[in-house]
Write a protein that binds this ligand. Structure first.
Ligand code: GLC
Ligand code: CA
Length: 543
């Protein structure tokens, strides 16, 4: 077994986690000061969103120096201290590796753009104009063309994200070796591994308008493994919006020496109109959603590993998205926790999720920081959408939803900073905050803590087979885990209304292991479920 197979990972978005010096921006000493809290929660690793030098066009996902810390976040000494203090508490630091692109202010690009014969030119992807226009109609994820014209050299460069995020050319061997050198710099410092940003894009063939899953993608990952990860006890998780169970096996089959696991997004995209963008909303079909998640639960036997998550810095918060962050905030936050953390795979918690933090609501574009939402706003206004429609979509799906500062206590700015926070703290911090959660045994925090401990204590949660129950029920998500004569049954009602279900072949003797309504017994023939009720029982024998 690998350490990351029964681990729980906690994502820190550093800008919004904890400020230590009153400039309103979260920083590395701030994270170190909260390690005791994370140890109390019980997590094994932190996935740290980028803290490298960056002009911050995309909040650090545009890196200008991979081996320097952004002064806003601290110094390399601060980083070394975070790694060392983490280690003392059994918490590894997993770095965010953004190597699909750099910042246009990275030295490689500064050099590359100097002239066509510069030694770094080929580190990026350049094309001549076609009929005085961009080479083709590839678009950037942040709106507009993926090609920007460089006046000086008369060529276009490719950027699948903002124009300040030029794509690296993975065909270039020297570039790849430089990336591996940089990875080894971090690995030698003792980091716990990497989360690989949009890694499914590195094998792109821009002339064929093929972005994800290019023909050499897996060759690059194997080569990367050979030069960096091989022989090291670290975890890697690729961000792969395009992943299917079959491609996820290619990445994560241990025999192939690529990655430990990937983030798959199938269940995250089902409340969007197919073929359109994330902003084109549609009601979630729970049956379809259960099937998507279950497909991933049964996909891997010996040949791969799954990751489990509801939200991150790019997506809305689960309690607001699929739960009820008003009347049933606590119940629904715990419900989604129970549902996810008893599945098979490595669970990820996004900062603030463990206390049931909610999406923020905006009434004007002036309150928005995120480049993706701002670009979309202006583009859609031009296309004739109404302001109201666009703001609604941002309130539902915008990335700033989950980027508001962590709510630590009920003091001004929620204990996040003594200065002015870079993004406003949510007004509900006076009641939803860590201090409150720690002191209240019934809080969302304590359910997360309990679930993390259950995973440590019960191999059945790590290894057990998964079986979906009640597949056609449109309100209740139910599944079983089976492992060496042990059986767990998990029920979660994703509904504001009471529900009733009945289940066959259920154990008569069992122990209730976790519940969000103080349940102590179940009548399997007629299970009455309260709004967002979730619980799990464990039985010794499989009937
Ligand atoms: C990933 C990151 C996102 C970033 C993008 C470009 O999707 O999670 O925050 O904007 O890649 O780096
Ligand atoms: Ca700071």
């Amino acid at each position: 077994m690998k350490w990351w197979q029964n681990a729980v990972v906690y994502q820190v978005y550093p800008r919004s986690f904890q400020d230590s010096n009153g400039d309103g921006i979260g920083d590395i000493p701030g994270i170190t000061s909260r390690l005791d809290y994370l140890e109390e929660l019980g997590i094994d690793a932190i996935w740290l969103s980028p803290v490298y030098a960056s002009p911050n066009d995309d909040n650090g996902y545009d890196i200008s120096d991979y081996q320097a810390i952004h002064p806003e976040f601290g110094t390399m000494e601060d980083m070394d201290e975070l790694i060392a203090e983490g280690e003392k508490r059994g918490i590894r630091i997993v770095m965010d590796l953004v190597v699909n692109h750099t910042s246009d202010e990275h030295n490689w690009f500064v050099e590359a753009r100097k002239s066509k014969d510069n030694a770094y030119r080929d580190y990026y992807i350049w094309r001549d104009p076609v009929d005085g226009q961009a080479p083709n109609d590839l678009t950037s994820a942040f709106n507009g063309s993926a090609w920007t014209f460089d006046e000086d050299s008369g060529q276009y460069y490719l950027h699948l994200f903002s124009r300040k995020q030029p794509d690296l050319n993975w065909e270039n061997e020297r570039m790849r070796q430089d990336v591996y050198k940089m990875m080894n710099f971090w690995l030698d410092k003792g980091v716990g591994g990497f989360r690989l940003d949009v890694i499914d894009l590195i094998g792109k063939l821009p002339d064929e308008k093929l972005t994800a899953n290019g023909p050499k993608l897996h060759d690059y990952l194997k080569e990367m493994h050979e030069h960096t990860l091989k022989g090291r006890d670290v975890m890697t998780v690729g961000e792969t919006w395009s992943a299917t169970p079959d491609s996820a096996k290619l990445y994560s089959d241990p025999a192939r020496n690529e990655l430990s696991m990937v983030f798959q997004f199938e269940h995250m995209m089902l409340d969007e109109q197919p073929g359109k963008t994330k902003w084109d909303l549609k009601e979630l079909d729970l049956v379809e959603w259960k099937q998507a998640l279950s497909k991933w639960q049964v996909a891997f036997k010996e040949d791969g590993w799954n990751s489990l998550f509801w939200n991150n810095h790019d997506t809305p918060r689960v309690v607001s998205r699929w739960g009820n962050d008003d009347t049933y905030r606590i119940e629904s936050a715990k419900c989604f926790a129970i549902l996810l953390h008893l599945m098979k795979g490595t669970p990820y918690i996004y900062q603030g999720e463990e206390i049931g933090m909610t999406n923020r609501i905006i009434t004007s574009i002036d309150e928005v920081d995120d480049i993706e939402s701002r670009n979309m706003y202006h583009e859609r206004l031009e296309q004739g959408y109404s302001k109201e429609e666009i703001l609604h979509a941002i309130n539902v799906k915008g990335r700033d939803n989950a980027r508001t500062p962590v709510q630590w206590d009920s003091s001004e700015h929620a204990g996040f900073t003594t200065g002015k926070p870079w993004l406003a703290v949510q007004p509900n911090y006076t009641s939803i905050n860590v201090e409150q959660a720690l002191s209240d045994k019934e809080s969302v925090f304590h359910t997360y803590k309990q679930l993390i401990q259950l995973r440590k204590d019960h191999p059945a949660i790590v290894w057990g087979d998964y079986i979906l129950l009640l597949p056609d029920n449109p309100n209740v998500f139910a599944y079983e885990r089976q492992y060496q004569g042990e059986k767990w049954v998990v029920l979660a009602s994703i509904s504001d209304e009471k529900q009733k279900v009945s289940l066959d072949d259920m154990p008569t003797e069992y122990e209730v292991m976790v519940t969000n309504y103080n349940r102590s017994a179940v009548d399997w023939n007629s299970v009455d479920l309260n709004p967002y009720e979730a619980f799990a029982v464990r039985a010794g024998e499989i009937n």
